[in-house]
Design a protein around this ligand. Structure first.
Ligand code: GLU
Length: 301
């Protein structure tokens, strides 16, 4: 049986792109008769809050998306992340990094085509004595091997990275003690027995890192589908700050079924832009029809 999940970050109201990813995750699992979970990725107390989480829950309900287990919250899972972090530390794979963000950026070249920076390993081989001289609270990084990690994505095809060259040692826990998304998402997907991950294409570049973490935790990685991003009419990527395609504004003008119909039509799942419920769409859902290129939606113009 397939176990899927939708894992929004309650850092604002969902925009249409977030809903789109959730809709496809839900339809894929419902079509296959599996189970799907909702997880609030509320790790960062400075960026996320319970009011946004409630809003997301209400919005998803309005679109007819329901969940098979109790809604999970990462903010209550610190013990599980501590345990995984402890195991990686005990295996000698984790080290403290004292670099500021500015230092990391200054010392490293941006990787071709990526907005993230490759960490040059400045703190990788510090001695105990050198560490003692540092004043700053450290972030904690995972050593990555000189090894290629390959993802066979159900929609985007093969994607691989040589982690040491394309990513560098990455952060598992920030200097303020907050666990990084990369660790938390893998610990949670592993513990929940998730076998299928459907999410935005922007996270494809995180996937080799996550596959590496799955292997270190001795768990199989799920099967991935990275779905197209929605672009604003002027070609910009949507962000939660762009209120134009935020769900609140759209729901004042369109029914949930109209919005789902337009999304499904843009994605290649419907022949016509006509209203449809999530359950009806799930009944005819087919990955072979889903476009993999980013979509520009005219809804709301
Ligand atoms: N929380 C992430 C987001 O809202 C998604 C993480 C994931 O699906 O792996 O973009």
């Amino acid at each position: 049986m397939i176990t899927g999940r939708f894992a929004p970050s309650p850092s604002g109201r969902m925009h249409l792109g977030n809903l789109f990813a959730g809709l496809l995750a839900w339809c894929s699992v419902r079509r296959a008769g599996g189970e799907i979970l909702l997880r609030m990725e509320d790790l960062d107390p400075q960026r996320t809050n319970a009011a946004f989480a409630d809003q997301i829950r209400r919005d998803l309900e309005r679109f007819g998306l329901n969940w098979d287990r109790e809604v999970a919250c990462q903010s209550s899972r610190k013990a599980a992340y501590d345990a995984a972090f402890g195991a990686l530390e005990a295996a000698g794979l984790v080290y403290p990094c004292y670099c500021s963000r500015a230092e990391v950026h200054a010392a490293s070249a941006p990787h071709l085509g990526q907005s993230e920076f490759v960490y040059p390993g400045s703190c990788r081989n510090l001695t105990e004595a050198e560490r003692k001289t540092r004043k700053r609270a450290p972030a904690w990084r995972l050593r990555v091997p000189e090894q290629i990690w390959r993802v066979s994505d159900g929609l985007q095809g093969d994607y691989s990275e040589l982690l040491s060259r394309d990513c560098g040692d990455f952060v598992l826990r920030r200097a303020d003690g907050v666990y990084a998304y990369q660790l938390a998402v893998v610990v949670d997907d592993a513990e929940n027995g998730v076998t299928q991950v459907v999410r935005g294409r922007d996270l494809l570049a995180s996937t080799p890192r996550q596959c590496y973490l799955f292997s270190l935790l001795g768990r199989p990685a799920p099967h991935y589908y990275h779905v197209p991003l929605l672009l604003a009419p002027d070609g910009r990527r949507l962000s939660k700050r762009d209120r134009d395609l935020d769900l609140g504004a759209l729901l004042e003008r369109f029914s949930p079924e109209q919005i789902i119909g337009s999304l499904a039509y843009a994605a290649g799942l419907l022949e016509q832009d006509a209203p449809i419920s999530a359950a009806e769409l799930a009944a005819e859902f087919d990955w072979n029809r889903v476009r993999k290129e980013d979509l520009c939606l005219r809804l709301g113009e």
